[in-house]
Design a protein around this ligand. Structure first.
Ligand SMILES: Nc1nc2c(c(=O)[nH]1)N[C@H]1C(S)=C(S)[C@@H](COP(=O)(O)O)O[C@H]1N2
Ligand SMILES: [Mo]
Length: 158
């Protein structure tokens, strides 16, 4: 898998790439092609409700979010559950829509949600559009952020 240096944000948008950054040992920029190359691809046939458009059905495939984020080596000791439970993931789209997940939602010792970063939707490759966050356990569509340009990893101390 190629590891790019961090390009300026206009290049991220043009290449369909996103930055994985924050409290991580190895910030990285990844394209949709990178997501296809390094990890097992999972399939998810989902239905979610949109507040304005009603129920939506899509079939996505892509790697697990937790495996991709682990590439950047988040700043927790992987052996310590309490440390892992403090971390947040903020996922941003190029249009400014952004949402958060907790690391614990996707961690196998906690919520174990099969959250994906899609490389393909309904038979169409997402290389040009950029990856899309897929949260099969969500009832509504608001967190299915499309055209992802950034994933920030970190903690929020009270
Ligand atoms: N980047 C981005 N992603 C987004 C949104 C958005 O405004 N911007 N809207 C969300 C909402 S509210 C819904 S319901 C779904 C709609 O997905 P669809 O139009 O592909 O069915 O996208 C989600 N992803
Ligand atoms: Mo929506």
């Amino acid at each position: 898998m190629s590891r790019l240096t961090l390009p300026p944000s206009q290049d991220i948008a043009r290449e369909g790439a996103f930055r994985l950054w924050g409290d991580v040992a190895e910030p990285v920029a990844l394209t949709v092609a990178d997501l296809r190359g390094g990890w097992a691809q999972h399939r998810a046939a989902v239905t979610f409700d949109c507040a304005t458009a009603g129920p939506q059905h899509h079939v996505f495939s892509g790697p697990l979010l937790r495996e991709v984020v682990s590439l950047a080596r988040p700043g927790f000791d992987p052996a310590r559950r309490k440390e892992r439970s403090r971390y947040l993931l903020a996922v941003s789209g190029g249009d400014g829509h952004h949402t958060v997940l907790s690391w614990a939602e996707v961690d196998p010792d906690f919520g174990d949600a099969p959250v994906l970063l899609a490389t393909r939707m309904d038979g169409v490759d997402l290389d040009a559009a950029g990856t899309q966050l897929v949260i099969p356990t969500d009832r509504c569509g608001a967190r299915y952020v499309s055209a992802v340009t950034g994933i920030w990893v970190g903690t929020c101390a009270p």
